[in-house]
Design a protein around this ligand. Structure first.
Ligand code: NAD
Ligand code: UDP
Length: 316
C-alpha cells in the first residue's frame, strides 16, 4: 500500500485530498495544527484504519516514521482575511514548511507536491495567465506575505529538484469552492452564501468588475491527483477557465438562494487583482485534465453544505 503525507489535512482542500487518496487505496497520513482548519472536516476519517493523523506545526521539524511515497504540502492560511491576520505564520508555513518537508521527501525518496497559487501572478498584466508568465506582485503590499511565501515555495521546490534530484511537482491553484469552506473565512463564496442565507446585504468590494474563475473542488482534486501520479516537475495551472465578474457572481448566488438580499458596494481591498483566469493548456496536454463541473451544478452542491452550517438541524 502506497503511503502519502498530506499537510493542511484538516483544511478545505486538504480534507478533500485525504478523501480522494483513501478512495484510491492509499494509506493517508494527515498533518495539521488547526490554525485555520477544523477536526470536523476529517472526523469521518478517524475510524478508517488507513488514515492516521498528526497534530503538528509543519514549521517545526517534521518526523514521520516508516516509508513515504508522496508528500503533499497544503498547509497554509489561504483566505485573504486569514493571511492578513496571520502574516508571520503565513510566511513561516510557506518557507520553513517546504524546507522541512523537502528534507523529509529527500530522506524518504518521496515525490513532493506543493500547493502554489494563482496569487503568484499578482495583479496580472497577461490574461489569461499561462505558466510562463512571471507575475506582477507587490512584495510589501498586504497580500505580499502570502504571494511571496508561495513564490519562495516554488523556488525552494525547484532548487531541491535541481540540486538534490528530489522528484517534485508544483500545482498553481486558482480560486476553488465547495463544501468544507469555512463560513467566516471572508472569501467571496462563503461571504455571499452566508449573507444570502441570512437575508443580509451582499458585500461586493469595489464596483464588482474584477473577475475570478471558480473551480469546483472535485475537479481541482482530480487535477492534483493526476499531477501527483505524474513525474512532471514544472508548474501546472489547475483551475476552471470560466471567468465571471464578482458582481455577476454575487447576483448568481442571490438568484440561486431566492433571497431579497441586495448587493451593496464596499471599498476594494488594496492590491486586489483585477482579473484572473487560468490558461489550462498545459494541464490538458500533460495530465489529460480539464474541469467537468459547471458552476451552476457546483454552486447547488455547495449551497446544501452552507444551508446546514447557517441553520444547523438541532435534535436530529
Ligand atoms: P484552509 O485554510 O482551509 O486549509 C489550510 C490548512 O493548513 C488548515 O487546516 C490549517 O490549520 C493548516 N495549517 C496552517 N498552518 C499550518 C502549520 N504551520 N502546520 C500545520 N498545519 C497548518 O485553506 P485551503 O483553501 O484548504 O488551502 C489549502 C492550500 O491550497 C493552501 O496552501 C493554499 O495556499 C492553497 N490554495 C488554495 C486555494 C483555494 O481556492 N482554496 C487557491 C490557491 C491555493
Ligand atoms: N470579495 C467581495 N466581497 C467579499 C469577499 C470578497 O467582493 O465579501 C471580492 C474580493 O475583493 C475579490 C473577489 O471577491 O475581488 C475574490 O475574493 P476571494 O477572497 O474569494 O479570493 P481572492 O481575492 O484571493 O481571489
Amino acid at each position: 500500500m502506497k503511503r502519502v503525507l498530506i499537510t493542511g489535512a484538516a483544511g478545505f482542500l486538504g480534507s478533500h485530498l485525504c478523501d480522494r487518496f483513501l478512495k484510491e487505496g492509499f494509506h493517508v497520513i494527515g498533518m495539521d495544527n488547526f490554525l485555520t482548519g477544523s477536526a470536523d472536516n476529517i472526523e469521518h476519517l478517524f475510524p478508517n484504519k488507513n488514515f492516521e493523523f498528526y497534530h503538528h506545526d509543519v514549521t517545526k521539524f517534521v518526523h514521520v516514521p516508516g516509508d513515504l511515497d508522496y508528500i503533499l504540502h497544503f498547509a497554509s492560511p489561504a483566505s485573504p482575511i486569514d493571511y492578513l491576520q496571520m502574516p508571520i505564520q503565513t510566511l513561516k508555513v510557506g518557507s520553513l514548511g517546504p524546507y522541512n518537508l523537502l528534507g523529509l521527501a529527500r530522506v524518504k525518496n518521496a515525490r513532493f507536491v506543493i500547493a502554489s497559487t494563482s496569487e503568484i501572478y499578482g495583479d496580472p498584466n497577461v490574461h489569461p495567465q499561462p505558466e510562463s508568465y512571471w507575475g506582477n506582485v507587490n512584495p510589501i503590499g498586504p497580500r505580499g506575505v502570502y504571494d511571496e511565501a508561495k513564490r519562495f515555495q516554488e523556488a525552494i521546490t525547484m532548487a531541491y529538484h535541481t540540486f538534490h534530484g528530489v522528484n517534485t511537482g508544483i500545482v498553481r491553484i486558482f480560486n476553488t469552492y465547495g463544501p468544507r469552506m469555512r463560513l467566516d473565512d471572508g472569501r467571496a463564496l462563503p461571504a455571499f452564501m452566508s449573507q444570502a442565507l441570512r437575508g443580509e446585504d451582499i458585500t461586493v468590494f469595489g464596483d464588482g468588475s474584477q473577475t475570478r474563475s471558480f473551480c469546483y473542488v472535485d475537479d481541482l482534486v482530480d487535477g492534483i491527483f493526476k499531477l501527483t501520479m505524474s513525474d512532471y516537475h514544472d508548474p501546472v495551472n489547475i483551475g476552471n477557465p470560466q471567468e465571471i465578474t464578482i458582481k455577476e457572481f454575487a447576483e448568481e448566488i442571490v438568484e440561486l438562494i431566492e433571497t431579497n438580499s441586495k448587493v451593496v458596494y464596499q471599498p476594494l481591498p488594496k492590491d486586489d487583482p483585477k482579473q484572473r483566469r487560468p490558461d489550462i493548456s498545459r494541464a490538458k496536454e500533460v495530465l489529460g485534465w480539464e474541469p467537468k463541473v459547471q458552476r451552476s451544478e457546483g454552486l447547488k452542491i455547495t449551497l446544501e453544505y452552507f444551508k446546514e452550517k447557517v441553520n444547523p438541524k438541532v435534535g436530529v
